[in-house]
Design a protein around this ligand. Structure first.
Ligand code: MV4
Length: 472
């Protein structure tokens, strides 16, 4: 096993990795920037080092991080999610310096990071992909020719993109010609790669992703799926497992294709195969995420498998030790991402000091977070401050329990998404499983919540007493 693991990340996921290392009895190293100096994960690690005064630069400084690791006897690095987690140059530098990158091979990251290439590899492996171009598209004329053969609407996607960046829908020739050059320019600016490709556009699909685990000895299993359709501007708000729309047959077929996808990519470690599913239950490979994801915990709750510990063990060369037939999905789990944002102000980030904090508890409740009373939510990073992960034996119980937990939550000093999430838990369409990727946009009434929360029983009782006193 590893002698010392460095976590090249911050916040919630750094804490999550430290917890896994402690259970495996592996010493940990945290890195931090100036404004994270007082963060919880920095104190929880066995050693911690400041890697940059600037907010973001330190966490992205490949050479500084690898040099530090080499100097202090670190033999493995966990990249978490975001930051360097899908940077093939970072994985490659680790490989060169003899430090184990806890993730897939740098070549796999490169292969899956290029979306045109990923489509090609999946098609060759027999995994269904959306109709689209085999190569990147050079000019608007070529784009129009493809679109008119395929039929509108089409989606223009950046080959170097992913996760919702660099996307455009074109519903006719005019829109396609207008969008094409802009898409290419934006893609060049954002990803340093101007290549774009076209796909047939699927209206209001479901986003279903399969969790896979693969070891260095050729064993691959899937741990079921997560429905991540509830998102806003490509930011996920709520994730659910298992999906309410899949039956056993479809789950088995998609799971087998997820494994096929992983095998085709020479995948090792934990990964996610994303699919779009239409309302006729056709499914298509979308992309592969070569990292641990924010929403991994719901899969841990229904399968009982600690994904981060598995990542570390796999990276150390251990066999998977799980056969597909051993994987059991128990009940339901749902994650609510609690963000320091103001939903009523276009989800504008909210930062500053947390003046009061109380987190829910009880049966089926898990809190993975990085905040506490007096914590100062820094302004430079992702606004995710705590994840509420709830397990239940049925979907109905899981929804009711999540609402109960959101009601117990107290976070003061910064605005959060808690009340908005509570509103979703009471929405009849949500409760009936009637959601796809268009859900949030279709429901402006979700913004219609009382700024100060629903009156609790106590407040209601006091109000009633006052009303009675005044003779109303
Ligand atoms: C699509 C699509 C419809 N048709 N591709 C958005 C994230 C990126 N990974 C791909 N995305 C989409 N690709 C085709 N051909 C619709 C989306 C999409 C979406 C996908 C998953 C979750 C939320 C979404 C919200 C809007 C659009």
């Amino acid at each position: 096993m590893f002698k010392k693991v460095l976590i090249a990340n911050r916040g919630e996921i750094a804490t999550r990795v430290i917890r896994a290392c402690k259970e495996l009895d592996i010493p940990t190293v945290a890195i931090y920037s100036e404004d994270d100096a007082t963060s919880l994960y920095v104190k929880k690690a066995d050693e911690s080092y400041m890697v940059g005064p600037g907010p973001i630069q330190g966490y992205l400084n490949i050479h500084r991080i690898v040099d530090l690791a080499t100097r202090i006897g670190v033999d493995a690095i966990h990249p978490g999610y975001g930051f360097l987690s899908e940077n093939p140059k970072f994985a490659e530098l680790c490989e060169e310096k003899g430090i184990t990158f806890i993730g897939p091979a740098s070549t796999t990251i490169t292969d899956m990071g290029d979306k045109v290439n990923a489509r090609r590899m999946m098609k060759a492996a027999g995994v269904p992909i959306l109709p689209g171009t085999e190569d990147s598209v050079k000019d608007a004329g070529e784009a129009v020719a493809f679109a008119e053969e395929m039929g509108y609407p089409v989606m223009i996607k950046a080959s170097g993109g992913g996760g919702g960046r660099g996307l455009r829908v074109a519903r006719n020739r005019g829109e396609l010609v207008d969008s094409f050059m802009t898409a290419k320019k934006e893609s060049a600016a954002a990803f340093g790669l101007s290549e774009v490709f076209l796909e047939k556009y699927l209206e209001r699909p479901h986003h279903i992703e399969f969790q896979i685990l693969a070891d260095n000895h050729g064993n691959i299993v899937h741990l079921g799926e997560r429905d991540c359709s509830i998102q806003r501007r490509h930011q996920k708000l709520i994730e659910i497992t298992p999906s309410l729309m899949l039956d056993e047959g479809l789950r088995a077929r998609m799971g087998a294709d997820a494994i096929k996808a992983a095998a085709a990519a020479n995948y090792t470690n934990a990964g996610t195969v994303e699919f779009l599913v239409d309302n006729k239950m056709n499914y298509y490979f979308l992309e592969m995420n070569t990292r641990i994801q924010v929403e991994h915990a719901i899969t841990e709750e229904t399968t009982g498998i600690d994904l981060v510990k598995k990542q570390i063990e796999i990276a150390a060369g251990a066999p998977l030790g799980i056969r597909q037939e051993d994987v059991r999905i128990n009940g339901y789990a749902m994650e609510c991402r609690i963000c320091a944002e103001d939903p009523k102000n276009n989800f504008f980030p909210s930062f500053g000091k947390v003046t009061a904090y109380y987190s829910p508890g009880g049966i089926g409740v898990r809190i993975d977070g990085a905040i506490y009373k007096d914590f100062i939510v820094p302004s430079h990073y992702d606004s995710l401050v705590v994840k509420l992960i709830v397990r239940g034996s049925t979907w109905e119980e899981t929804v009711a329990r999540t609402h109960r937990c959101l009601d117990e939550f107290v976070i003061r000093g910064v605005k959060t998404t808690i009340l908005f999430l509570k509103k979703i838990m009471k929405d009849p369409d949500f409760k009936a499983g009637g959601f796809d990727t268009g859900y949030i946009d279709r429901k402006p009434e979700l913004m219609d919540y009382d700024e100060y929360g629903e009156p609790t029983d106590v407040v209601a009782a006091i109000s009633a007493a006052i009303a009675a006193h005044h003779g109303f």
